[in-house]
Design a protein around this ligand. Structure first.
Ligand code: KIV
Length: 267
């Protein structure tokens, strides 16, 4: 079944929402075939597949490049994409233009935007352009410099109340779901119970309406630090390295290629 924003909305309180990132064609096919609800082309791709230090390095050009590849592999999941740093910070018209570009050229079905303060009117304009918007609150990686590092948010009463009011604001702007990242689960629970749109957590505990993880963390294809909230369901880097070691060995010992793996002149 094709997942749409209204279907995601209807799952709140009834069924957990499943989400994951993907950055290329084969992994897009894999996650879609597995039956995931939402595939996000996250700006985390700057770190995960391009080796950058932060997500700030992702540009519109880079996001579109990966989004196009992922869109060819996704059939049933809702395809969402991050609006990268700088693509919605230089004026509302530019933001709407960039959101439209991600939909028209990249086949995105929703865009994700970090934060809400001072962005209300811009978010409203994108929603009014018929583009479904996902919010993102808490530890928002595009604010890493301002936050002074990747720090858990929503710990004090003041921060908790601020997050609840931000989530309510996003709901009133017409956003169809909100990613909650890097916050205590008690805070995520309070937010989730305060709004009628689904929350999708990453490092936000058990009480969100759904969960999202970075694909490469989940499958064990991450050579950098794996966050403590991640569950590794496979060790793909081990499988890849073993395969390549076997390949090297087979070349060196003359086992590859074999007779079955070569062409012959026609007799
Ligand atoms: O960029 C990303 O992958 C994300 C998810 C982790 C939510 O924003």
């Amino acid at each position: 079944m094709k997942i749409t924003p209204p279907i995601v909305l209807k799952k709140k309180g009834k069924e957990k929402i499943t989400a994951i990132t993907a950055y290329d064609y084969p992994t897009a096919i894999a996650v879609d075939r597995a039956g995931i609800d939402i595939v996000l082309v996250g700006d985390s791709l700057a770190m995960v597949v391009l080796g950058e230090e932060t997500t700030l390095k992702a540009t519109m050009e880079i996001m579109l490049h990966h989004l196009k590849a992922v869109s060819k592999g996704v059939k049933n999941a809702l395809l969402a994409v991050d609006m990268p740093f700088g693509s919605y910070h230089t004026g509302e018209e530019k933001a709407v233009e960039n959101a439209i570009k991600l939909v028209r050229e990249g086949n995105a079905e929703a865009v994700k935007i970090e934060g809400v303060e001072k962005k209300e009117s811009m978010i409203e304009k994108i929603v009014n352009s018929e583009i479904p918007v996902m919010g993102h609150l808490g530890l928002t990686p595009q604010s890493v410099i301002k936050m002074g590092g990747y720090k858990i948010q929503g710990k004090t009463e003041e921060e908790i109340n601020q997050l609840i009011s931000q989530a309510k604001k996003l709901e009133s702007l017409g956003v169809f779901s909100i990613v909650l990242e890097g916050i205590p689960e008690e805070t995520a629970k309070l937010i989730t119970e305060s709004i009628n749109i689904p929350t999708i957590g990453i490092g936000a505990g058990r009480y969100c309406d759904g969960q999202i993880l970075v694909l490469h963390d989940l499958i064990g294809l991450n050579y950098d630090r794996t966050p403590s909230f991640v569950r590794e369901y496979a060790n793909v880097k081990g499988i890849i390295e073993k395969a390549i070691r076997n390949y090297i060995e087979d070349i060196k010992t003359g086992k590859f290629p074999s007779e079955k793996e070569v062409f012959f002149l026609k007799k």
